[in-house]
Ligand binder design. Structure first.
Ligand code: ARG
Length: 458
């Protein structure tokens, strides 16, 4: 294909340089956004009298025809084109002749690509939001179903205190709510139009940038033409939101993998979301969760690569910036894939409350309640803490638990112990007694579920 910039050159581009330079393989997915941006640009050129309306009408119709032909499959993307912008413009000129060549008046590929990427990421962000919302609502339902299931809560992966299992699930839902807000926030800054910045310095044509912005659904325009074509901070911000989504998915995956192991057996993943081994007939592997955990690496890598790509660039446009798309596209593709499979994996897993309860019964996770019991009887907390520690050591040495220790044994350690200690260290009681807002008890989980459901109810 002839280069649109061929005028100044005496030679054709070397085929190796051409392949290396081309971005069509990556940016062809923005073809709809490119055409949409061009239609807005042409419309503005007509409205301002920069181009005659009759020619603008031909251009707009031509662009709509290209879009229709792409959508109905009759126009394949020319993979030898330099990039998606060249492809669309070449095709328009092939169809309209000289009129097609007028579209690029008062425009550059530099502002064009900055617009296309924003339009594309804006739509993708909506999809990520939808997937996050779905995951959060799945978690809200699961938290509700498991609000009375007693599980051990951990610190340092050591059994720590009893919690309602629904509370553990709701914790992740809260993280995904913040992820949702980060995506909303990234789009808020992304959604301004750089169109009309042209190559770097704007133009002498009396363009109407705000009209173009309004036609494309932007909230405003960039106020500095060099900034408009030079920064990709909006890619970094979305890549960062993606990286944090992966952090949360990856931690959750790690727990799903642990919970599904024979050592824990707190959950059983559905057969439809597990895989087998080619040699060990008994195996049922949590591959989905492992892959999600594994894919977090590339999403972090994309964020780092974007930052590094930008950090040394002088203003304004540099070809380095063509790298932005491969990176941010990989992040959004990966996050979308992960969210899409993670939600149904959770929704179909079987929770095994008896095993959680059994795990909760071992490990003295009610010891804090024992110390609180003595504190309520008037002992300073530190003293109560020490006595309880001695009791736990005694129990371990004598294969007893706080529930099975006899009253005379309790009295050996402190004469303040009465029969009501047994009610205090009862696992159910340990959860029911929690009252602080946001705590691990059942009524707190109910409040959290209400918050999560309200969040998306308009
Ligand atoms: N394919 C280019 C990119 O993605 C489009 C902008 C090219 N501009 C230029 N002056 N070479 O960055």
């Amino acid at each position: 294909m002839d280069k649109l910039w061929a005028g100044r050159f005496a030679k054709e581009l070397d085929s190796r340089a051409n392949d290396f330079n081309s971005s069509i393989r990556v940016d062809s997915r923005m073809v709809r956004q490119d055409i949409k941006g061009s239609i807005a640009h042409a419309t503005m050129l007509g409205a301002t009298g920069i181009l005659p309306q009759a020619e603008v009408d031909m251009i707009v119709e031509g662009l709509q025809g290209i879009l229709a032909d792409i959508d109905n499959g009759s126009l394949p993307i020319d993979m030898t084109a330099e990039d998606v912008h060249m492809f669309v413009e070449n095709e328009l000129t092939r169809r309209l002749g000289d009129t097609g060549k007028r579209l690029h008046t008062a425009r550059s590929r530099n502002d064009q690509v900055a617009v296309d990427v924003r339009l594309y990421l804006r739509d993708e962000a909506d999809e990520i939001k939808e997937l996050l919302k779905n995951l959060i609502l799945v978690l809200a339902d699961l938290a509700d179903e498991n609000k009375t299931v007693i599980a051990p809560g951990y610190t340092h992966l050591q059994r720590a205190q009893p919690i309602a299992f629904g509370h553990h699930l709701a914790a992740y839902a809260m993280m995904f709510v913040r992820d949702y807000e980060r995506v909303v926030d990234a789009v808020r800054r992304m959604n301004v139009s750089p169109l009309g910045s042209c190559a770097l310095a704007g133009t002498g044509y009396p363009t109407d940038r705000r009209m173009e912005a309004a036609l494309l659904g932007f909230d405003g325009i960039t106020l500095n033409s060099m900034d408009g074509v030079s920064d990709r901070d909006f890619c970094v911000e979305l890549a960062n939101a993606c990286a944090l989504i992966m952090t949360h998915l990856s931690r959750f995956s790690e727990e799903v993998i642990l919970w599904a192991s024979w050592e824990f057996k707190f959950i059983e993943l559905d057969d439809a979301f597990s895989t087998g081994s080619s040699i060990m007939p008994q195996k049922k592997n949590p591959d989905i969760a492992e892959l999600v955990r594994g894919k977090s690496g590339r999403v972090y890598g994309n964020l780092m690569a974007l930052l590094t790509m930008l950090k040394g660039l002088p203003l304004a446009y540099n070809k380095d910036m063509q790298e932005d798309k491969e990176l941010i596209f990989d992040s959004i593709d990966t996050v979308k894939d992960c969210l899409a499979v993670f939600a149904p994996m959770l929704a179909t897993m079987r929770v095994l409350p008896d095993n959680m309860r059994k795990a909760a019964a071992n490990g003295f996770i009610n010891a804090t309640e024992c110390a609180d019991y003595l504190t309520r009887k008037g002992l300073p907390f530190r003293t109560a803490y020490k006595i309880t520690g001695q009791i736990v050591a005694y129990c371990i040495a004598n294969a007893k638990t706080l529930e099975t220790l006899s009253m005379p044994e309790y009295k050996e350690f402190c004469d303040q112990f009465e029969d009501d200690i047994y009610a205090s260290v009862d696992m159910q009681h340990c959860i029911d007694i929690r009252v602080s807002e946001g705590c691990a008890g059942t009524s707190s989980v109910e409040q959290q579920v209400a918050f999560l459901k309200d969040y998306f109810a308009e």
